[in-house]
Design a protein around this ligand. Structure first.
Ligand code: GRG
Length: 287
């Protein structure tokens, strides 16, 4: 219960801050601002901002300085979802339980709304006045991070891929931003080297497990819960863990990775409770 309350409270704080940082839909260019808001407020677990806040607080960070950074992470994540759903990528009709942005506003506005969220995110990241934080995020979403993973994901479509290839795709397209969310929270909170290393280790394992669970949910999940169409990975001949190693082995691997993630946090002692809860929550999604 303590965990659920924590997540609910942080989600509310993040939603309020996102509302504050996003340009109002009545301001020109109205269609663009409305489109940005449509996707950001379509739903979403706010996992990346919550990870950043939890990490900031676990290392003793105080005050609201983490909020613009947390919101930047959610904006980047939302931009990636908007672009990922476009006809030139996964061509999806449903996201966060609602029609995808391009279905409502058209492809052009959807591309630009994603770009604008990306730009606004960097404006917000600068509020932290910490160049390492900006660099961490830029690297995590660049050619050797999220975009690198996405391009490999696109190129793997319809091909037989190895375990090594699917691991690369997942650790990059999803894992890097999740890991960076934890790292920037810890950096801003003033973590020492050992703690930053421990949290990064958690982030790495958690990030991969999260995408494996996402793959599994695409096969066995309930559409009203996952908020998107089931079976889209199969329809797009995507490289996924269930495709490469099968459903049961994927579940075992996700569990193992989440246990490993938790084991990285021994040095944090009692302060690791949110991260333990998050790891359990991810596994419960398929449990
Ligand atoms: C720049 C043209 C261009 C495209 C970028 C990089 C990219 C496209 C897409 C990122 C890859 C991607 C969408 C990975 C999937 C990650 C994932 C598991 C998304 C779902 O995350 P949740 O479950 O979603 O946290 P909510 O809706 O809860 O926020």
């Amino acid at each position: 219960m303590r965990f659920q309350e924590y997540i609910k409270k942080k989600r509310e704080i993040v939603n309020q801050a996102l509302d504050k940082y996003l340009p109002d839909g009545s301001r020109e260019p109205k269609s663009l601002h409305k489109a940005m808001r449509y996707s950001v407020f379509a739903g979403g677990k706010r996992l990346r901002p919550i990870l950043a806040i939890a990490s900031f607080e676990a290392v003793g960070g105080k005050g609201g300085g983490i909020l613009p950074v947390a919101c930047a992470l959610e904006m980047i994540h939302t931009y990636s979802l908007i672009h990922d759903d476009l006809p030139c990528m996964d061509d999806d009709d449903l996201r966060r339980g609602k029609p995808t942005l391009h279905k409502v506003y058209g492809d052009g506005v959807a591309v630009l709304a994603g770009d604008a969220l990306h730009a606004l995110a960097f404006e917000l990241l600068l509020q932290a006045k910490n160049s390492q934080v900006v660099l961490e995020v830029a690297k995590a979403i660049g050619t050797e991070g999220m975009i690198g993973g996405q391009v490999k994901d696109l190129e793997a479509e319809g091909k037989k891929v190895s375990l090594k290839q699917v691991e690369y795709i997942h650790t990059h397209k999803t894992g890097k931003l999740l890991r960076a969310s934890i790292r920037v929270g810890a950096i801003l909170g003033g973590a020492d080297k050992a703690t930053l290393l421990a949290l990064s280790g958690y982030g790495e394992k958690f990030g991969l497990a999260f995408q494996i669970v996402d793959d599994i949910l695409d096969v066995v999940g309930k559409e009203e819960i996952i908020g998107k169409k089931k079976g889209s990975d199969k329809a797009n001949s995507k490289a996924t863990y269930p495709e490469v190693i099968g459903l049961e082995k994927s579940k075992i691997l996700a569990k193992h990775l989440l246990q490993k993630a938790k084991s990285k946090l021994r040095t944090l002692g009692r302060k690791s409770w949110v991260f333990e809860g998050l790891a359990d929550y991810v596994y419960e999604r398929i449990g």
